[in-house]
Design a protein around this ligand. Structure first.
Ligand code: SF4
Ligand code: SF4
Length: 196
């Protein structure tokens, strides 16, 4: 598949850079820079960084100003949320089904014991990229991609490295962090550094 150069995925909106083809941007950036950014994230685990949490949360907000999830839906198309029992109770009630009916129709236990969707794309994803059960969606969906969480370092190995391959906003965050920390050599981070 041919990907357009990265610059072509950007357009200016009200003076701000906006990524209007997030999946294309993600795939081309991951192909070119994925290994470098994975090594960078692993390296963060071994280093002391002042102000990482505040900087990361501000960078998360900047990334979601550039990217609209309705232009993307990559997570709903390629991944499954991990359900907890409260999710299943809430969603099955919303759909007028019993817990067991809902489980049997849509879910299964994977090899680690997590409860997952049987199919991807998710059964609730609509053609316009909206979620048909948005108000009652699984907690894992409402918290995704988890880059807004404090203790950012704790999520690097199990979450952020994996999500960088699927979520354009995570990729954009990591690009910004690499630029600030490695290219500009800034190891004492502040909220104001994000988005520059
Ligand atoms: S429940 Fe909604 S938000 Fe969650 S994966 Fe399915 S479509 Fe996406
Ligand atoms: S959370 Fe990430 S992968 Fe999911 S729709 Fe938004 S930008 Fe795309």
């Amino acid at each position: 598949m041919h990907f357009k150069p990265k610059e072509e995925t950007y357009r200016m909106a009200k003076g701000k850079v906006r990524i209007n083809q997030p999946v294309r941007y993600l795939n081309s950036t991951f192909k070119k820079e994925g290994k470098k950014y994975t090594t960078f994230l692993k390296g963060l685990l071994r280093r002391r960084l002042r102000g990482l949490d505040g900087f990361a949360i501000a960078t998360h907000k900047e990334a979601f100003k550039k990217i609209d999830c309705l232009d993307c839906a990559n997570c709903c198309k390629l991944m499954s949320p991990t359900y907890n029992k409260a999710d299943i109770k809430r969603i099955s009630r919303h759909l007028g089904m019993s817990y067991d009916e809902y489980f049997k129709k849509y879910l299964y236990f994977d090899e680690t014991g997590d409860i997952m969707n049987r199919r991807t794309p998710c059964q609730f994803l609509q053609k316009d990229n909206k979620c048909s059960i948005y108000p009652v969606r699984p907690k894992d969906c409402s918290g995704y991609p988890h880059t807004q969480n404090r203790d950012w370092k704790l999520y690097i190995s199990g979450t952020h490295i994996q999500n960088m391959e699927y979520c354009p906003a995570v990729m954009n965050m990591v690009e910004s962090m690499y630029k600030k920390i490695i290219t500009e050599g800034k190891w004492n981070l502040t909220v104001k550094d994000a988005g520059k």
